[in-house]
Design a protein around this ligand. Structure first.
Ligand SMILES: O=C(O)C(=O)C[C@]1(C(=O)O)C=C[C@@H](O)C=C1
Length: 287
């Protein structure tokens, strides 16, 4: 009973067998995993204390950021990253076994990132087949399994083919071999996930809003805060502030702990420059 009470509850972008589900299983092999239909629902579940952690996709090596995750974390909630999970992504084209002999489909369904990761394959092999966006790869696979009368296909991972009893028609159809996705493990409190199997390097994610006066050279000044302290940025990207055209915030990944003296100095200098900084905390990477 005591063990049951301490079992963590985790939200993830479902249904079962999505790539996010696999990432959540890696980080939480023994927890209660709860599927949600959208990324905001997963994030709200942790913000509203319905779960202890949320696992959501952040960035894909071929397609870039998942803007919904970044924007929701900036505009809607104050949550912290307790870990990131880095997963290899292999996409397969799958159909209902009743349609296993067919190679001309009414439509191909998947998550927009998955469709984009297979752009070249789809262009050369199924040029005239409509591509339909779905909430996740596993949702597309599940839907295909429930509609054998429609000759439709889904793109997703091998586990979704197994889980929903689908037949794989084409394997490994993603356009570039190095296809990886980063997932964030989010919590309401700023701490690091306790799990020994992580990389050595700690990373901090910051969301930096420049000063409102929009003076020239601000981005240069922001970058120099990190540069002269030899704080390595592994990513920097701008996203709209949604207050008007030309207004942006920056999401930066810095390879150091937010409590280090250099980082503390960087926070002070950014404040002196008139920047507002929202930290998502420091965390390790699980591969
Ligand atoms: O649809 C899924 O299976 C997801 O977990 C989402 C998602 C994404 O958002 O990028 C995750 C990994 C893959 O890059 C494709 C889709």
């Amino acid at each position: 009973m005591a063990e049951q009470q301490t079992k963590k509850r985790i939200s993830f972008l479902g249904p079962d067998a999505s790539f996010t589900h696999l990432a959540a299983l890696k980080a939480f092999p023994d927890s209660e995993l709860i599927a949600y239909t959208t990324i905001p629902e997963c994030i709200e579940a942790v913000a509203e204390d319905k779960v202890d952690y949320a696992v959501v996709p952040l960035e894909n090596a071929l397609e870039g950021s998942v803007p919904l995750t970044i924007d929701y974390l900036f505009h809607e909630v104050q949550l912290y990253v307790t870990a990131e999970v880095l997963s290899p992504i292999e996409q397969h084209l799958m159909v209902h076994p009743d349609n296993a002999e067919s190679d001309a489909f009414e439509a191909i369904y998947s998550h927009p990132h998955a469709l984009a990761q297979c752009h070249k394959f789809l262009y050369y092999t199924y040029k005239n087949t409509p591509l339909e966006q779905y909430s996740s790869t596993s949702a597309a696979a599940k839907m295909v399994s429930e509609l054998p009368e429609r000759n439709i296909a889904a793109i997703g991972n091998e586990f979704s083919a197994e889980k929903y009893g689908l037949h794989i028609v084409h394997r490994e159809i993603h356009d570039f071999h190095f296809n990886h996705t980063r997932f964030f493990v989010l919590s309401k409190t700023n701490h690091q996930l306790e799990n020994p199997a992580h990389n050595e390097e700690v990373k901090t994610t910051l969301m930096i809003s420049p000063p409102k006066d929009d003076r020239s050279g601000v981005l240069h000044q922001v970058l120099s805060v990190f540069a002269w302290r030899q704080l390595n940025l592994s990513k920097i990207e701008s996203r709209p502030l949604k207050t008007g055209l030309g207004n942006y915030f920056f999401i930066a990944d810095v390879m150091d702990d937010e409590m280090s003296p250099m980082m503390q100095g960087a926070f002070m200098e950014l404040a002196a420059l008139g920047c507002t900084v929202k930290t998502l905390g420091s965390y390790y990477t699980y591969e």
